[in-house]
Design a binder for this molecule. Structure first.
Ligand code: ADP
Ligand code: MG
Length: 911
């Protein structure tokens, strides 16, 4: 439909312009056929804009369409399946109708294109010469603000990144903006932290320095690895201190940046200034940078205030999506996302990715959740109010960018209407004191604004102001007068027609209207003789003539001007109202923040109620004691069938627990649920357990072994070792470390050796740690180290079957039940039988020298015997003993005894 009538549409659209310019500029007469099709005023204007935005698809407004030419036309026709036509010979053209453009824009942005929109800045009919046009916005993934182009439940961020050193591990400074709400934050990141922060901020676009200054191709490649967002190179000078400082000062209208806690020459100014300049360019708004009026002053983020989660852990804990197929369903967010407002939904997501580290701040959130739980009144009351609050943050943003619609404004009015009631509701509650203070401070102003908006606007506003109809009758006298004229028009016309019928004695005389000729009087040819002389002929039809009279023309003049006047007046009133709103933007945004916070806290309470979560007791010392903990996701899907388990680490108990048990027993589930419980607690949520005491945690490290990791395009063992290295380098006594099947990605022997060494290193750190492993040999570590303990997942054998009890118990296991699991998985019975046979014979041949597989009924096989696997490669304890023996000081009898003991040990008969 879009391009169906392409050719005629496009030619007609600009024909008038070109005629007009031809007249105005007294163009040299050139025969159409000889003329270069690109050498027309419109095409020259197009070429100029295209040259300014070479990396964008340029949508060029001509009449009711946005047209694309040349390469752009070919690209869009392929991308969106539009018909490709030709403007004139040799110029490919495709177009989309202006009223449906948002839909096309969404698809183009999703497909990864940048789009520049060139609008007509004046009425084509009124234009003298070529219509004045300007690029009013450039759409890039990180700079979208339109409601239709954004997901309400997720922030859309853009980041500017600048590396601060040259080495592999160089730090970085970054500026991050959420344009739709105007949030602006700055951060300084050491070493590898950039990747982790980008992983949880998930910017949809990253702006970086284009030239040798820092962005060598390797760097760009590294950036690309860190993000799924688009990468945009920008000139190095925009990041330069002097220019960046200027950009910030200019934008915020300040002479010094000290007010933003930015010292002169502060490294974060570079990306901040560069980002502001980029945003100004993409949002020219035809209005000298005023389009960014809602951008908040930059705030430095103290990354140390948040529990750190690296990119890998974020993924393996399945916070926002599952590992296996990347779906929202099955993630932690899927369980906990019960916020009602878009702001709340975005904040809840944010809190899960950025849990707190400050004990008091965490406790404050828990107290507020408790308040919601213990008082049905506010749980229901605030719930109801939240249900009516729309995306005021983004509406404020759009207002600041002069892109608000009438519906936005009315929605804002409705949303702010309850500000006072909300303030009252949270008053007198210690857990909500801060929220109350903030609400109280702004409630009056916001309620006023709401009254002004709702007092002036109709209940059901139009989607846009093109046809008017936003303001109520009685609000503005001038508007009422103009509208009155329009309304009276139909009465007047009816009366006019009735009068003419009588006067001319032509019963079939009709008064009508069409877009080209305006108002007319139509008389069929059979009455031609009765036409009065004052009728002036306008148009001839097949069997009728159309006329006008002086009266009718005067009327027409009045109506059209009234219509235009009404529209113009509404436009002006609307701008005035948006101006008032824009002035209140800081308060509106603050209100949005408070609402979001209440919304999330209430959502946490709702989850706690629905799934029987408890308030975790937060402690200063690094302990972890979970009684009857559950995995939040499986708890939701399996409900009663889920088997809860205890977990105790640190304090009185060992800090590292090694967990063994057959495949499918529930090892991974147990260790992940523990990490999730800790994370939820730090985010302010209650936790799925009967009780939990949790010491404040600085970082959660999660390493899910190669076998469980299904992450596209990476050498899994390498990733496994890289992430393990990260843990060993950075874990502290306050960290929680979750290791799942480390060492699986390589051969049994060096896998075991690695796993062992890693377990030792983790034990040395004394961080709280859970290590699930199928290497039963490692359980010996518990004998050597005081702070290491063994857990296993219990299994019951029954009639040659095994039943998974999913119950975590103290002590070790040394059976893998691999064949049982294979049987359950449907391996053909012949194969299962053969495996059993092989296992038995292997066990006999290997004697006690086998690993991982144990003979049937071999549950009592001593752990040390399995160590014998190591004898060829690693020093056997006997060898060590031998080395350490001082024969000189022994009696022959003592030497004989020692020898006998060692022989027994070497044969595995004795410890
Ligand atoms: P492992 O890591 O020991 O191989 P998983 O933790 O992956 O085992 O668990 C395998 C499956 O067993 C899970 O997908 C789940 O369906 C079930 N399961 C695990 N733990 C429990 C539990 N505590 N209660 C009920 N079912 C569980
Ligand atoms: Mg597992």
């Amino acid at each position: 439909m879009a391009a169906g009538s392409g050719t005629t549409r496009g030619m007609k659209g600009t024909a008038r312009e070109e005629r007009a310019e031809g007249k105005g500029a007294a163009a040299v007469e050139v025969k159409a056929a000889e003329r270069d099709p690109r050498d027309t005023p419109a095409m020259r204007q197009y070429a100029r804009f295209k040259a300014q935005h070479p990396d964008c698809l340029l949508l060029f407004r001509i009449g009711d369409f946005y047209e694309l030419f040349d390469e752009d036309a070919v690209t869009i026709s392929k991308a969106l399946g539009l018909t490709l036509t030709q403007r004139t010979a040799g110029i490919p053209m495709a177009g989309v109708p202006y009223h449906a453009v948002e839909n096309y824009l969404r698809r183009l942005i999703e497909a990864g294109f940048r789009v520049a929109i060139c609008e007509q800045m004046e009425d084509a009919a009124a234009a003298k010469g070529i219509v004045d046009r300007a690029v009013t916005r450039v759409l890039t993934p990180g700079t979208l603000v339109d409601e239709t182009l954004l997901d309400e439940a997720r922030p859309n961020r853009i980041a500017a990144v600048q590396f601060t050193g040259v080495g592999e591990d160089s730090g970085a400074v970054a500026a991050v903006v959420e344009l739709s709400t105007g949030e602006f934050s700055l951060m300084e990141l050491e070493g590898a932290r950039l990747a982790d922060e980008l992983a949880r901020l998930k910017p949809s676009e990253i702006v970086y320095v284009e030239t040798a200054d820092g962005a060598t191709p390797a760097r760009v490649a590294k950036l690309k690895e860190m993000t799924e967002g688009a990468l945009t190179a920008r000139a190095a000078w925009t990041f330069r201190m002097a220019d960046a400082t200027d950009a910030l000062r200019g934008h915020f209208g300040v002479t010094t940046l000290a007010g933003f806690a930015l010292a002169e020459g502060d490294a974060v100014i570079g990306p901040a200034g560069a980002l502001v300049r980029y945003l100004q360019e993409t949002q020219p708004g035809g209005d000298g940078g005023k389009a960014l009026g809602h951008l908040r002053p930059p705030r430095r983020v103290e990354t140390e205030k948040f529990l750190q989660i690296d990119a890998g852990s974020l993924r393996s804990l399945e916070i926002e999506r599952t590992l296996r197929n990347g779906t929202f369903e099955g993630s932690l967010l899927w369980v906990l996302q019960r916020a009602q407002t878009p702001m709340g939904k975005r904040l809840l997501r944010h809190w899960l990715a950025f849990p707190l580290r400050d004990l008091e701040e965490i406790r404050a959130r828990h107290r507020a959740v408790q308040e919601f739980l213990s008082d049905d009144g506010i749980f229901a009351g605030i719930g109801e109010m939240l249900g009516k609050i729309q995306d005021v943050a983004r509406i404020a943003g759009r207002t600041g960018m002069r892109r608000a619609t009438p519906r936005d404004v009315v929605a804002l009015g409705r949303s702010l209407g309850d500000a006072r009631k909300l303030a009252e509701m949270v008053s007198g509650r210690p857990a909500m004191m801060k929220v109350h203070e903030e609400l109280k401070g702004m409630a009056e102003g916001l309620a006023d604004l709401a009254e002004r908006i709702l007092g002036r606007c109709v209940e059901e506003p139009p989607a846009h102001l093109r046809e008017g109809g936003l303001f109520k009758e009685g609000f503005d006298a001038e508007l009422d007068a103009a509208r009155g004229l329009q309304r009276d028009a139909s009465t007047w016309l009816a009366e006019f027609q009735r009068k003419l019928v009588v006067e001319t004695n032509i019963p079939s005389l009709k008064v009508g209207y069409n877009r080209v000729f305006g108002y007319y009087i139509e008389v069929t040819n059979s009455h031609a003789a009765k036409i009065p002389s004052e009728f002036v002929r306008r148009q001839t039809l097949r069997n009728a003539e159309r006329y006008v009279t002086a009266d009718l023309q005067e009327f027409e003049q009045k109506v059209t001007t009234a219509e235009a006047r009404a529209l113009e007046r509404e436009q002006k009133l609307f701008e005035g109202m948006c101006g008032e709103i824009a002035k209140a933007t800081p308060e509106v945004l603050k209100f949005a923040d408070v609402v979001a916070e209440l919304d999330v806290l209430r959502a946490f309470a709702e989850s706690a109620r629905k799934y029987r979560y408890v308030c975790p007791e937060m402690a200063e010392e690094p302990v972890l004691k979970v009684v009857q903990g559950r995995h939040p996701v499986l708890d939701r899907t399996l409900s009663q069938q889920f088997v809860p388990n205890d977990c105790a680490l640190g304090g009185e108990t060992a800090s590292l627990a090694l967990i063994t048990g057959p495949n499918m027993a529930g090892k991974s589930t147990f260790i992940r649920q523990t990490a999730l419980i800790v994370l939820m607690a730090h985010a302010g949520s209650f936790v799925p357990a009967d009780s939990a005491r949790i010491g404040v945690t600085d970082r959660i490290f999660t390493r899910i072994g190669a076998a469980d990791e299904i992450h596209a395009g990476q050498s899994t063992f390498m990733v496994e070792m890289t992430e393990t290295a990260l843990i060993l380098h950075h874990a502290t006594e306050r960290s929680l470390v979750i290791l799942d099947e480390i060492g699986r990605g390589t051969s049994t022997l060096d896998g075991l050796a690695l796993a062992w060494a890693i377990a030792e290193a983790i034990a040395d750190v004394k961080c709280r740690a859970l290590f699930a492993t199928h290497y039963h040999e490692i359980t010996d570590l518990a004998d050597e180290r005081e702070n290491v303990t063994n857990l296993h997942v219990s299994v019951r054998e029954w009639n040659d079957q095994i039943i998974f009890l999913h119950r975590i118990l103290a002590g070790r296991t040394n059976r893998s039940y691999g064949i049982h699991v294979a049987k359950i998985a449907g391996l053909p019975s012949g194969t299962v039988a053969r495996a059993t046979e092989l296992l038995e014979s292997l066990a006999v041949h290997a004697g006690h020298q086998q690993t991982g597989i144990a003979t049937k009924g071999g549950a009592g096989v001593r752990e040390n015997e399995q160590l014998s696997l190591f004898t060829q490669y690693v020093n056997h304890p006997v060898v060590d003993e031998l080395k350490g023996m001082r024969i000189e000081g022994m009696t022959p009898l003592e030497a004989f005894d020692a020898l006998r003991e060692m022989k027994a040990k070497a044969e595995g008969k004795k410890d």
